[in-house]
Design a protein around this ligand. Sequence first.
Ligand SMILES: *Cc1c(COP(=O)(O)O)cnc(C)c1O
Ligand SMILES: [Zn+2]
Length: 410
Amino acid sequence: MSLDFGPAVALSCRECGARYDLGPNFACLECFGPLEVAYSFGSVSRADIEAGPANIWRYRSLLPVPVDVAGKQNMNPGWTKLVQATNLGKVLGLRDLYVKDDSGNPTHSFKDRVVAIAVEAARNFGFHTLSCSSTGNLAGAVTAAAARAGFEACVFIPADLEQAKIAMARVFGGKLVGIQGTYDEVNRFCSELIGDPLGDKWGFVNVNLRPYYAEGSKTLAYEIAEQLGWRLPDQIVIPVASGSQLTKIDKGFKELIALGLVEDTPYKIFGAQALGCSPVSTAFKAGHDVVQPVKPDTIAKSLAIGNPADGPYVLDIARRTGGAVEDVTDAEVVSAIKLLASTEGVFAETAGGVTVGVLKKLVETGQLDPALTTVVLNTGDGLKTLDAIADDATPTAVIRPSLDAFRAAV
Ligand SMILES: *Cc1c(COP(=O)(O)O)cnc(C)c1O
Ligand SMILES: [Zn+2]
């Protein structure tokens, strides 16, 4: 079997730099550090990219995927809207604010990006089943992608997830297994399953395919830069669950600079967590390099990872770029969802409430410069977390169909 990973040439250890052949491996045999995809990029021009399709495959020459990936059965996510948020900016006192709205992906969360890359790796390795441990959105993205690409699917979630996320994961077929425990326990279970004959030929998108999966998040960085007219934002607010997305957005910005696709301008990266699951912001504020695991208790279930694998790298990046990692309460998450919806017409899931809530807090505490170009991510669709705004899920008034009744009510 010959592998086709496009410009990717190896896996390399993020800690010690040891290199490995491209394979379904995720941890360094020398030091147990996480493995990352290493590339040998050819020359890439803005014009080549702009001539590509309106999805993540316009960046295929920067991703570990076959050259002909755009022609394969795939969900083709990405190229979501960068919404100029003038109204929200006015309310918050920010002069140049944008919302990167990833609810516009095929299964209504950013996870379609990472899964699309993992699917190509699973094809390369001859796997027959796609699997994952999920806080909700990933399960739906995996089962949908499996349906389209012709894989079996078996995905694992904490049993107490939002009904919409359970339904989204089931409707595409495959098996959905609820585990009685937290996400971190689901993830540990999946690691055991990989070592068992039961899990043979299974591609766990965020475990044994994690190096490939993670690269999908770089496309957010590429899109934001291209949509800003090929320049980097000055400040960006990113939600943190495992921390993978944040670290790869940084990697994406660095690649664009190295390839000469954007000017080398400074950018600050801010991480956002819900207070009920804030191991990274806690470590950031305490000045620690290690992240102490917590047991999550928050309505932002998509971000409820108590032991984030990339937590230490998030701390490094926030500190290196002059950003920060902040947190907000569940009440602040709910009001931020409503604020974003009522100013910009964007209905965010709780993760988007976390980023917008943190954005507000960063402005109020002077950690963010209101004059600079700022991007805040909304990574999922509010329809998936309706419980969060259940108090508002009633009409303003219920009346008889008469003008008198209406006059009296308003
Ligand atoms: C998975 C997810 C994230 C980011 O997760 P990381 O593990 O930090 O990469 C952000 N928002 C939503 C809605 C998600 O589902
Ligand atoms: Zn190593």
